[in-house]
Design a protein around this ligand. Sequence first.
Ligand SMILES: *[C@@H]1O[C@H](CO)[C@@H](O)[C@H](O)[C@H]1NC(C)=O
Ligand SMILES: *[C@@H]1O[C@H](CO)[C@@H](O)[C@H](O)[C@H]1NC(C)=O
Length: 192
Amino acid sequence: MDWRISAFTLLCLVLSGVGAITVSMPKAEYEYARGDNITLPCTIQTSGDPKGGVISWYAEEILILTHYAYATRTDITQPYEGRVSIDIDLSKGQANLKLSSITLADNTVFECQAQIPGDDEGKRVARTRLVVLVAPSTPICNVQGKQEYGQNINLTCRSEEGSPPPTYKWETRDVRNLPRMQDPRTTTSKYQ
Ligand SMILES: *[C@@H]1O[C@H](CO)[C@@H](O)[C@H](O)[C@H]1NC(C)=O
Ligand SMILES: *[C@@H]1O[C@H](CO)[C@@H](O)[C@H](O)[C@H]1NC(C)=O
């Protein structure tokens, strides 16, 4: 009886190891500063032959590069030429994307796809979001309206750039530069 259970267990283990590709990325989101040189990791676990494989990286739906392992060749699409490369070691299941001098245009979802001969079942695609950080520029502030007793005025403040979009907080101070209660008639609103 016991040997049957063991044989069954063994069979299950063997079956689960067959023909199930797993493409994965360690994190769902990465944050880097604009201008950084970065690496987005992608791991490919396969029971097939990775040396015959094709690995592609996309930004949203746009192709960045294709690596043909059987030809040891990488084709990079024109918009990415000169600033991306693939750091590939398929014996370790590694197909990392290297991006240099990232810009706000790289603030998007990246996708790693693998096609491996003999292993087409499973998870062939993995995605991650890149958040490109840009410090808010010094805010530009203005006063709209007549600065006279009894008049309504608008105080406006915005930064030309910042990623993610900056948030603002207003506070009021007295003549001794000490924080004071805001006038209850003051309202704050957010414009894009
Ligand atoms: C990124 O790499 C480029 C060239 O490979 C280098 O000139 C630059 O200094 C690097 N930038 C950073 C922030 O490390
Ligand atoms: C202040 O902003 C509001 C909303 O945009 C506008 O209706 C009002 O006319 C503005 N007031 C002045 C004094 O600019």
